[in-house]
Ligand binder design. Structure first.
Ligand code: ATP
Length: 883
């Protein structure tokens, strides 16, 4: 009761004249008030009113003054300016509960009860007016309550010179033991408040600094999802998507090639401010990129702009990756490798890296490979060599490059010949040392020429494969250790094969085929190998598990096992596959001798495998040690990938298989990017394509990776041409790039799932009202949605349930009758609701809109309303209407 009343009283309390402490006399407590707020101590003494003490915030516990006496008594507070005044005698407080004190403190009513006490006089004289008015001078009621409690518990430790609590020396504290927990709680509260403010500031900063900005207000037709994404938080951005448009080539100029109609690069001339969107004169516009690079930009400019910063990660042992994507002739090779004097990003990045390493002992190790269809080729060398991918004992990918035949004693890989001791050893990709930028010449002389030699069909084909160029920071020791690991690992498959073969042979030594029998269940359990006389040989088994038997009267008539048992008057029978022991001329002895011989062989091979694995482990440990002992840049890697174009050009000569492989790998890559941008435990689907399997260690290494720094940053460049003749290729490349951009953006958006986007600036998590959820479930149930569908919708709109409820009400309650009718008897062939997946698929294929990811988010009929809603959430909170 007193609580309610005191609250009311507080409301009626005189408002502060300003934010500074007032000297106005506080409201005089009434008799009723004092009755309500009376606090009795065991000895009947009235307790000091905390509210009469200057409002103190918590001070960190120091332990000083923590003696027993101080626990039982409250020493008088020392107020600012009170030094030297007569100190009131201490009052007992041991029996006071925090709740009592809190209630009393907030009520401000105990003054009447303690009128006569010396402390009360002191309080009234020096503190009451100030403290109460200071409390009220702070408009935040909660803060006043906190301060009142603090005043009671931490008397004399705090000054409120600014009207806000300030922690001052804790030296005067004498009762810390009794108040410590509460003080700590209060302190924690204040700390939390400060932390929240800091968080808000950080989020704001992050948003300001974010590279990817969205549709400027002047472009009202930007895709709706872009507008929704104006508020993002989550993990550091790992993937940025840029568009680069190349100038007309001289041949295009000569042939009077026309400009691609309506191509606008909505870029900023200010390099520090990333470009914003691409708007093509097609609807809807293509946007969502981190930045745009215009026709005048040189490769050096591109490097400085998009790759220099991620490359800093390499110097810290992380991985920087650049992907170049686009229609054939878009400028990928120009960007990544470069032509003539215009060096590509691979060269420029390596040059910069070598310069930045500032360490004579460090250099780079380069490899180059190509993923074409479902095959991987080593590009470094005189000729392309097909590689195999396999996973080692640690679950790491091993690329087996060019193979060599070598002799391994005791290993007969083929399994057939006893003397076949020559095995194939396939080491990793061929590599070359890069100690100065010129060492990268091999890229032009070997890899590029191999990918794009001459004729046009070859040229077409070059854009149908993914080329992966990689540089890794190494030292002599690290390089030696890496090569040792690769060399030893290359021997493992041969040893494993030999062991597997020996195991198969061991079985062949002992058995020669098997027979299916109907056998007594008891016998089945007791007999280990071979056929028993009592076994009934099964001739065939019908689809409904009826059995025909050999050598039994009426055996051709199918019967169940139970029926046969009954007919033959046998125990329970069951079908059993029995291995038939191999017969030897020398009988059982010979068989046993053969078995022993084989078993020894197996043991030897197993030992070889184990020994080799131990060597591999040792070499890996050596590598890890070499990496750890050296510069932090060791193990850092840079990967540049010239991606194949997606299958959108309907080139007849491209086989279905080839196109499927490209699309699959690109979609998997997109999914990996999306997953990487999320702050979830969900693993990116690297294993789903060869391209992403190869990229995994660079993008997101596993625990077993030798990379010391697991960080990575990736850049996707969409290379396009301004030529009208390449229109469809260009548009499709942009759409595809947009999907990557959307995937990474969506990833980040999902990482703040559950957080209301409009509130996320303030880092406030809004929990869904259970009533809202309940109503939504009821509406959807009435509307004929399954529980799964409802859950999916709720998941999609998590954090926006109230808005969803409004829409659902508008949609289903108004049209309830029709809804029910439709769901009960849908016309033949019609779908229950618009297929979300289909829309998503469309977007995935880049056929329409390119917003597949986001269209999928809309819940059926909510799409339209959602758009309007989204338009409200523009940068800066301004509202713009979509036309
Ligand atoms: N930024 C640029 N500045 C000047 N010329 C460029 C630029 N980008 C590309 N080019 C020119 O455009 C032509 C096609 O470029 P490039 O060979 O790099 O395309 P591509 O995307 O690699 O094609 P493909 O996939 O078929 O190999 C080349 O003649 C190249 O010199």
């Amino acid at each position: 009761m007193s609580d309610t009343k005191t609250k009311k009283k507080k409301k009626r309390a005189p408002p502060p004249s300003s934010g500074t402490p007032s000297t106005t006399t506080a409201k005089t407590p009434t008799k009723k008030d004092s009755k309500d707020s009376k606090l009795d101590t065991p000895n009947g003494d009235a307790q000091v009113s905390p509210a009469t003490v200057n409002t103190p915030p918590p001070a960190p516990p120091t332990g000083e003054g923590d003696d027993e006496d101080s626990v039982r008594s409250l020493s008088s507070p020392v107020f600012p300016g009170d030094e030297g005044r007569e100190t009131p005698s201490p009052l007992p407080r041991a029996s006071l509960s925090a709740a009592d004190i809190a209630s009393w403190a907030s009520s401000q009513k105990s003054n009447a009860e303690i009128k006569g006490s010396p402390l009360n006089k002191h309080k009234q004289k020096h503190s009451q007016k100030d403290s109460i008015n200071r409390l009220y001078s702070n408009s935040a009621k909660k803060e006043a309550q906190v301060m009142a409690q603090l005043a009671r518990d931490m008397a004399g430790e705090v000054s409120t010179s600014t009207g806000r609590p300030q922690i001052i020396s804790r030296q005067s504290r004498t009762d810390s033991k009794s108040i410590k927990p509460l003080a700590q709680r209060q302190k924690a509260m204040l700390e939390k408040k400060e932390e929240d403010i800091k968080k808000q500031q950080e989020i704001k900063k992050e948003e300001e600094a974010k590279e990817c900005s969205f549709a400027p207000k002047r472009f009202s037709k930007a895709p709706t999802y872009l507008k929704r994404k104006t508020i993002t938080t989550g993990p550091p951005k790992k993937v940025s998507v840029y568009v680069r448009v190349r100038p007309f080539t001289s041949s295009e100029k000569d042939s009077g090639s026309l400009n691609l109609e309506g191509l606008h690069l909505m870029s900023s001339s200010n390099d520090a401010k990333p470009a914003e969107v691409v708007v093509l004169n097609t609807a809807p516009p293509i946007a969502g990129f981190s930045g745009l690079i215009g026709q005048d930009a040189t490769n050096r400019h591109v490097f400085e702009r998009v790759f220099k910063s991620p490359q800093e990660l390499v110097l810290r042992g992380g991985s920087a990756n650049l992907f170049s994507y686009g229609y054939t002739g878009g400028g990928k090779t120009h960007t990544v490798i470069g032509y003539g004097k215009e060096r590509g990003l691979f060269f420029l990045a390596a040059e910069n890296l070598l310069k930045e390493l500032k360490n004579d002992k460090l250099f780079l190790r380069a490899t180059a490979c190509e993923v074409y269809g479902d095959d991987v080729y080593d590009l470094l060398g005189e000729e392309k060599i097909k590689c195999q991918l396999r996973t080692n004992a640690d679950g790491q990918l091993v690329i087996s490059g060019p193979s060599s035949i070598q002799q391994m004693n005791g290993v007969a890989e083929g399994g057939a010949g006893e003397h076949a001791t020559l095995v194939t050893k396939a080491a990793g990709l061929r590599s070359t040392e890069v100690r100065k930028p010129e060492d990268l010449k091999f890229i032009n002389t070997t890899c590029v020429s191999k990918r794009a030699t001459g004729i046009s069909t070859e040229h077409d084909q070059s854009s149908r494969s993914h080329a992966i160029l990689r540089l890794e920071v190494v030292s002599t020791e690290v390089l030696a250790a890496t090569e040792e690991v690769e060399s030893l690992e290359a021997e493992m498959p041969a040893l494993q094969n030999a062991l597997d073969n020996a195991r198969v042979a061991a079985h062949d030594v002992s058995y020669e085929g098997s027979v299916r029998v109907l056998r007594s269940v008891t016998l089945r359990e007791s007999i280990i190998e071979g056929k028993d006389d009592a076994d009934l040989v099964v001739k065939s088994v019908t689809d409904d598990n009826k059995i025909c038997l050999e050598g039994v009267e009426g055996g051709d008539e199918p019967k169940t096992a139970g029926e046969w048992a009954k007919q033959l008057d046998m125990d329970e029978l069951a079908i059993t596959d029995v291995q038939l022991p191999k017969e030897y001329a020398g009988g059982k002895d010979e068989r046993e001798a053969k078995k022993t011989e084989n078993s020894e062989k197996q043991d030897n091979l197993l030992k070889l495998v184990n020994d080799k694995q131990a060597e591999v482990d040792k070499a890996k440990a050596k590598l890890t040690a070499a990496v750890s002992a050296g510069s932090k840049a060791l193990g850092g890697s840079m990967l540049l990938c010239d991606l194949a174009g997606a299958d959108y050009d309907n080139r007849q000569e491209n086989s279905q298989k080839e196109s499927a492989a490209i699309n699959k790998s690109l979609l998997t890559l997109k999914e990996c990017f999306r997953s990487l941008a999320q702050a979830t435990d969900q693993k990116p689907p690297f294993r789903e394509s060869k391209l992403t399997r190869i990229l995994q260690d660079s993008l997101d290494p596993t625990e077993s990776s030798t990379r010391r720094n697991k960080e990575s940053a990736s850049v996707m460049l969409v290379n396009i041409s301004p030529a009208a003749s390449l229109k469809s290729g260009t548009i499709n490349a942009l759409r595809y790039g947009q999907m990557f951009a959307a995937a990474t953006q969506q990833g980040r958006r999902q990482s703040v799932k559950g957080m209301d986007r409009r509130m996320s600036r303030l880092s406030i998590v809004r929990k869904a009202d259970p009533e809202v959820i309940k109503t939504l479930r009821e509406i959807y149930k009435d509307a004929g949605k399954t529980l799964k569908e409802t859950n999916e919708i709720l998941a999609k709109f998590e954090g926006r349930e109230e808005m969803l409820l409004e829409k659902a009400k508008a949609k289903y309650w108004k049209t309830k009758k029709n809804m029910v009718k439709v769901t009960k008897s849908p016309p033949k062939g019609s779908k229950k609701k618009p297929a979300e997946g289909k829309k998503g698929e469309k977007g995935e294929k880049g056929e329409e809109g390119g917003e597949g990811e986001d269209v999928g988010e809309k819940e059926g009929g909510e799409e339209e309303t959602e758009k309007v809603e989204d338009n409200k959430v523009e940068e800066g909170g301004e509202m713009t209407k979509t036309e």
